[in-house]
Write a protein that binds this ligand. Structure first.
Ligand SMILES: *Cc1c(COP(=O)(O)O)cnc(C)c1O
Length: 365
């Protein structure tokens, strides 16, 4: 039969996607984030150019891209181990921390196993869980936009394999305190992996969130997840990592897609760690802007929870959300709207932040 005849035949059954895949949201392309008057404040990227040392490392490595990268990422894992005070055997890298998280979930969950996480939190969580055939268990945030750890502990069942904690939480910016997280860990079964997703940890004030490495040393079922995509400014290169007990980290390395972290990304990540002070100066500037925006928005009458990340969160009912989305759209400011919940705005350069402040002043709730 020709392809046309095959398609026309009424009995033809075409390949079907798994139900879990058919149920996933489609990727909606955003508007171009470049352009004279477009402010790209939707993805919590660094608004700075890449660190010069990272750009130089990429340029240097580009001449060898006919070769596969080091699959074991030895240099980067050893550099991270030194940076964190762990061994390279406790480090697994992947294509962004989302890539590492996919390795975690597929590595630990069988079909029907449960993954508990707060909601609203990072949008990738339910997608990765459902893709693995596991069951997402969403626990609503508390009234202060933070994790309701009591409710999360109560949601644990015999099928729970992983708990995802996001601190500071995306999209609300609220951290989990060290004391509350430690009290939570004391109640969680030791065979459940507790992932602490710290994508924005560099932006958190000292002492606002957990000392995750200290908790990891005390509770070996803790796994720390971090990324070079946000404060380090390497979102486009795709590299993140996990710190976990050696057997878990080894398992994550085994589940990795071969060569998923390019040599360019590995070299840029090493160079970025070496340029830590430069990164910290940039982070300090963003934090200063965050404080300036928070103060001005409070003066305008907005009641926001303090953010420990490089974004602000405005809770909005559907009426306010529609008004804000319209206003940001007309102003050429790209922000992230969450139907039914609110809008998240990345803190960037002072000029962009001023545009946000002017816009919000006209729409005070
Ligand atoms: C941005 C983000 C990540 C990091 O994503 P990458 O895959 O490393 O780019 C992870 N977790 C959260 C909560 C994030 O917001």
């Amino acid at each position: 039969m020709t392809p046309d005849q095959l398609l026309a035949a009424p009995e033809t059954v075409l390949p079907t996607l798994r139900g879990a895949v058919a149920g996933l949201p489609s990727y909606v392309p955003g508007r171009p984030s470049a352009g004279a008057d477009i402010a790209a404040l939707a993805s919590n990227e660094s608004h700075y150019d890449p660190l010069p040392a990272a750009t130089a490392a990429v340029a240097e490595a580009a001449g060898r891209m006919n070769r596969y990268p080091d699959m074991a990422a030895v240099e980067l894992r050893e550099r991270l181990a030194r940076h964190l005070g762990v061994t390279a055997g406790e480090v697994a890298v992947g294509p962004g921390s989302v890539g590492v998280l996919q390795q975690i979930i597929t590595g630990l969950c069988d079909a029907g196993d449960e993954v508990v996480f707060a909601w609203r939190s990072f949008e990738a969580y339910p997608i990765l869980v459902e893709l693995a055939g596991a069951r997402p268990v969403r626990i609503p945030l508390d009234d202060a936009e933070g994790h309701d750890l009591d409710a999360m502990a109560a949601a644990v069942t015999a099928r729970t394999k992983v708990i995802l904690l996001c601190t500071p939480n995306n999209p609300t910016g609220v951290p989990i305190s060290h004391a509350r997280l430690e009290a939570f860990l004391q109640t969680v079964r030791s065979d459940i992996l507790v992932v602490i997703d710290e994508a924005y940890v560099e932006y958190a004030d000292a002492g606002s969130g957990p000392d995750s490495l200290a908790l990891y040393r005390r509770y070996p079922n803790v796994c720390i997840l971090r990324t070079f995509s946000k404060a380090y400014g390497l979102a486009g290169l795709r590299v993140g990592y996990a710190v976990a007990a050696p057997a878990i980290a080894e398992g994550l390395r085994r589940t990795a897609l071969p060569f998923a972290v390019s040599a360019l990304a590995q070299k840029a990540a090493v160079a970025s760690l070496d340029a830590g002070e430069e990164m910290e100066a940039r982070v300090a500037a963003v934090k200063q802007e965050r404080a300036r925006m928070a103060a001005q928005l409070a003066a305008q009458g907005w009641k926001l929870q303090p953010s420990q990340a490089n974004f602000l969160w405005i809770r909005a009912d559907s009426r306010l959300l529609a008004v804000l989305v319209d206003a940001f759209d007309s102003a050429g400011i790209l922000v992230r709207a969450y139907q039914g919940d609110g809008v998240r705005i990345t803190v960037a350069d002072p000029a962009s932040n001023d545009r946000v402040l002017r816009l919000l002043e006209a729409h005070t709730a």
